[in-house]
Design a protein around this ligand. Sequence first.
Ligand SMILES: [Cu+2]
Length: 169
Amino acid sequence: MTTKTSMHIDPYERTWMIVSFVMLIIFFTAVSVAGFAMGIQLPGPDRRVDPKTVASDPDSPWHPDNVGLRELSPGKYDAYILASQTQGWRFFPNEITVPAGSTVTFYVTSQDLIHGFKLENTNVNMMVIPGQVSKLTVTLKSAGEYNFICHEYCGTGHAIMFGKVIVTP
Ligand SMILES: [Cu+2]
């Protein structure tokens, strides 16, 4: 003789178990679609640099002579941007121009204190930390002007710390 055993689960508990399981599946799907289908990614630290020399070392990509765009292949760019309080609350460079459809990887660092870098109407939004390089890639599909701003309060000139990416048709 076999006895059929079953665990008693309260109907409310059963409902909540099902709800939590369904939520897990929804979250997993949402994260997968965002990451793999829509290409949304989190900014990541790319490498470490010395904030004291990052803007003065002639070999540094953030030296005034070296900052800005590099074309890797047609439509693919790296953009090296320095955020600076000591040089008057500005980004170097504070204007870059790329054709529509370009994929741009931003490498942003600071030579003094914590700044921010937010490019409007894109998912580029990252902290800029002295000693660290923040990296994020975006594809700029439509032509227009995309302003970028510092969104981490960095002193009295914080409000004038901005620039723009011009996307030409
Ligand atoms: Cu700022």
